[in-house]
Design a protein around this ligand. Structure first.
Ligand code: SF4
Ligand code: SF4
Length: 440
């Protein structure tokens, strides 16, 4: 068997696929933006210090801000352009958009295609120590909803003595096809990047998890994966199997405790885009400066998959006249503010048309939210706790286990914004518990 097949999990739903518009769309260069707002900080990533001056011309790949102490990263110009100055931009974080300092670049060059896959260095026989040292010196961020420096991710994996790496390419929200195209067009490079990360962390088992309906598109992965010792896993598309805690439950058969991090159970999880970025930096000795983003939705003249420079204004790519733009997919996304920009966390932008607003009504106790919740929470009770402002009761009811999948909002016949409410409760509790520490 080329792809291993695994079981599924309790709760969850089968969503309509709705990927046809972009599934076969090859990755292209994105339209030229009028300017870039390149973020200098992220959630948990302290701000880099600007090292260019207004009016200065910079080349693509030139350093424009230097990292300080701790978990910061150097920041590089994704395109050639002229420095406009320091400003602010909205970037996505765990609890939604927040504003971060940014450098404006104007008069920018044409965005490039996704760079050709041409390695200049072969790391297949490099020692784990060598790979760790190279990653320590890199400024790659993880391409996840909460981007963190990749060197921090490697250190965490080692501190927790992780034995399993899972590359999560499930992408099982409707309309999102960025990772799918990356696997189709750059699959062997994703495998090579995953192998680098597996050896750097020192895991015993490495897996790539993909949607079982698409394995026919991924045959080019089989030989490189076998050579690299990476298992290919074809999973059910039941939503939200791509959530970290559920992937660990399905693949490693380990239950992630309430509010815990899979690393504490010995599993490190990364995405295909980060594996690709790691391969590009270490094997091609060049930075990507952007990522693959799916642009979709009825408000768009041209849907597809595009290689988009970091700092590109989201609304220039996916503005919907009379509607609005969603960052992060139909189930878990957030509405883009006017100054939202593309970051390592941006996998999809949806331009949605105007919809009739239908107000929420009272809970009718149908139980659909609870029946389908993959975290097995009593969601209607949590909604009561939200309405009463009862944070302690929400804590006792286990809200910290919410995986923020959006199913409860999707199924609620009373149109209550349940997932937004459970997410709000969860982040309020997390903040009070962590005092600003690491994500869970
Ligand atoms: S409560 Fe959280 S985990 Fe459960 S369905 Fe809602 S968003 Fe998903
Ligand atoms: S799905 Fe909506 S209406 Fe039904 S029990 Fe849950 S909150 Fe109440």
């Amino acid at each position: 068997m080329l792809f291993g097949r695994y079981g599924t999990f309790a709760g969850g739903i089968n969503l309509p696929d709705e990927k046809k518009a972009t599934l076969g769309s090859p990755i292209r260069a994105c339209p030229k933006p009028s300017r870039l707002l390149v973020p200098l900080a992220g959630e948990g990533v302290p701000s880099a210090q600007c090292c260019v001056t207004p009016g200065q011309r910079v080349q693509a790949g030139e350093r424009i801000a230097e990292r300080g102490e701790g978990q910061g990263v150097n920041v590089y110009a994704p395109l050639a352009g002229r420095v406009g100055g320091l400003t602010m931009a909205s970037v996505i974080g765990a609890a939604g958009f927040f504003r971060a300092p940014a450098i404006e670049l104007t008069d920018v060059s044409d965005p490039p295609e996704l760079p050709a896959a041409e390695a200049t260095v072969d790391h297949r026989t490099a020692s784990a120590q060598t790979l760790r040292e190279l990653l320590e010196g890199s400024d790659v961020l993880t391409h996840r909803r909460w981007p963190r420096p990749l060197r921090w991710w490697v250190r965490q994996g080692r501190q927790h003595e992780c034995t399993t790496l899972i590359v999560n390419a499930m992408e099982n929200q409707p309309r999102v096809t960025a990772d799918h195209r990356l696997l189709v067009e750059r699959g062997p490079q994703v495998i090579a990047g995953a192998s680098i990360l597996a050896r750097a962390v020192g895991v015993k088992t490495a897996m790539l998890a993909v949607d079982g309906r698409r394995t026919g598109d991924y045959r080019a992965l089989v030989a490189p994966a076998r050579e690299a010792g990476i298992q290919l896993m074809a999973l059910s598309h039941k939503y939200p199997i791509g959530v970290d805690a559920i992937l660990v439950k399905v693949l490693a058969r380990r239950e992630v405790p309430l509010g815990s991090n899979p690393m504490r159970l010995g599993c490190v999880i990364i995405d295909a885009a980060t594996a690709m970025a790691a391969w590009q930096e270490l094997s091609c000795q060049s930075r990507l400066g952007g990522r693959v983003v799916t642009l979709a939705g009825e408000g768009l003249a041209e849907a597809g998959n595009f290689f988009v420079p970091f700092g590109t204004p989201c609304l220039e790519l996916a503005r919907s006249p009379g509607g609005f733009t969603v960052h992060g997919g139909p189930m878990v996304g957030s509405r883009c503010p006017a100054d939202a920009v593309v970051t390592a966390a941006t996998d999809v932008l949806l331009a949605l048309g105007a919809r009739p607003s239908r107000p929420s009504t009272s809970c009718i106790r149908c139980g659909w939210c609870t029946d389908n919740c993959p975290a097995r929470l009593n969601v209607s009770a949590l909604n009561d706790h939200f309405e009463l402002g009862a944070l302690d009761a929400a804590r006792s009811a286990g809200v910290i286990a919410c995986v923020e999948c959006g199913i409860c909002t999707y199924v609620c016949p009373s149109r209550l914004p349940l997932s937004q409410r459970t997410k709000g409760l969860k982040h309020a509790l997390s903040r009070s518990r962590r005092g600003g520490g690491e994500p869970t």
